[in-house]
Design a binder for this molecule. Structure first.
Ligand SMILES: Nc1nc2c(c(=O)[nH]1)N[C@H]1C(S)=C(S)[C@@H](COP(=O)(O)O)O[C@H]1N2
Ligand SMILES: [Mo]
Length: 319
């Protein structure tokens, strides 16, 4: 697969706090590494030259755009409007509860149908795998969306290390279970821990990211610290946060939302404006920070990279 996102490989030693993020981008430009957004920054009013380095989290986005030219949401929006039911179902309340959660130390177990089961610490993951910057749209099944500048590495690169056997057909993911730090996990209405799954070929697609940060900062707690999945062509709930286990399996795994509402949340859950949710249309969406609505794009605009995965499948049946 060619990657038209011109991701810039970033060494983990170069993953900087946001206060240094803008100058890191200048460094990349000076080094002759041209990103789509760096090109744009060259002809936009330059935040880097006018703004004092931010001591705290930034309030404005520094001119980053996705490959369609749409601006990244602000750090403020991305970290204050979250779905994270382990904390609360209130999207604007997650950020207040998230500081209680301690994401370090952390390990991710990768096992199941593999030749080399492994357990990784976060330092292993950050040093072993090339960290890249990927600016992706995130489209929630509730019909709102954002553009988020993630850093992370491909799930494919991790899976290659553990060597899935020929019996492995799906990947199952599990989130952390810590009711003492995550008050929403005391709710009996959801089958904790959160779990998700992908077909192995979806998991191996170059777009599928294990994200370890955003805006050049380590992943904020409310966005799934210290490591979460990002599957940009699927509804947001497939992008499971705070992953502790990755298991290669033979059968389609169960997923939290499919267990809770099988008619509403299918295993595939590809973004599809033509297939309505039973309670609302998926034809349009509200981009956080914008007035009005936008047309929803099939596969969230990533069809060129992923449509081949579903050839011959009826996506209204396999929703
Ligand atoms: N463990 C876990 N992962 C999760 C969720 C959750 O409640 N728990 N919510 C999902 C939903 S519905 C969405 S839209 C995205 C939101 O990601 P964000 O808060 O980083 O924007 O996370 C997904 N991953
Ligand atoms: Mo969502």
């Amino acid at each position: 697969m060619t990657n038209k996102f011109k991701s810039v490989p970033v060494k983990s030693s170069e993953i900087t706090p946001y206060s240094q993020y803008l100058s890191r981008r200048d460094f990349l430009k000076a080094a002759g590494i041209v990103t789509g957004s760096a090109l744009l920054a060259a002809c936009a009013p330059s935040v880097t030259e006018t703004a004092a380095p931010a001591a705290e989290a930034p309030v404005v986005s520094p001119g980053l755009t996705d490959e369609l030219g749409d601006p990244a949401n602000t750090f403020q929006d991305i970290t204050n409007y979250n779905n994270y039911y382990e904390f609360t179902t209130d999207k604007e309340g997650v950020a207040k509860l998230a500081p209680k959660f301690n994401p370090s130390p952390w390990t991710v177990e990768v096992n199941g149908l593999v030749n080399k089961p492994m357990t990784f610490g976060m330092d292993d993951l950050l040093s072993k795998f090339t960290q890249e910057e990927r600016i992706y749209r995130l489209r929630c099944v509730e019909a709102w969306s954002m553009v988020i500048p993630w850093t992370g590495f491909t799930l494919a690169s991790l899976l290659k290390e553990v060597e899935p056997t020929s019996d492995a057909k799906y990947v199952r993911f599990e989130s952390v279970l810590r009711p003492e730090e995550m008050p929403g996990q005391k709710s009996p209405f959801y089958p904790w821990p959160y779990q998700e799954g992908l077909r192995l070929d979806e998991a191996m697609n170059d777009l599928t990211l294990l994200a370890t940060g955003l805006y050049g900062e380590p992943m904020p707690n409310q966005n799934g610290a210290p490591i979460r999945l990002v599957v940009p062509w699927k509804y947001g709930f497939k992008s499971i946060k705070a992953i502790t286990k990755i298991e290669l399996v033979a059968e389609q795994p169960s997923t939290l939302w499919n267990d809770v509402g099988p008619n509403e949340y299918g295993f595939y859950s590809n973004v599809n404006p033509e297939v309505s949710h039973p309670r609302w249309s998926q034809a349009s969406e509200r981009r956080i920070g914008e007035l009005g609505r936008r047309q929803t794009l099939k596969f969230n605009g990533y069809g060129e990279q992923v449509a081949y995965l579903y050839e011959g499948m009826d996506l209204s049946v396999n929703y």
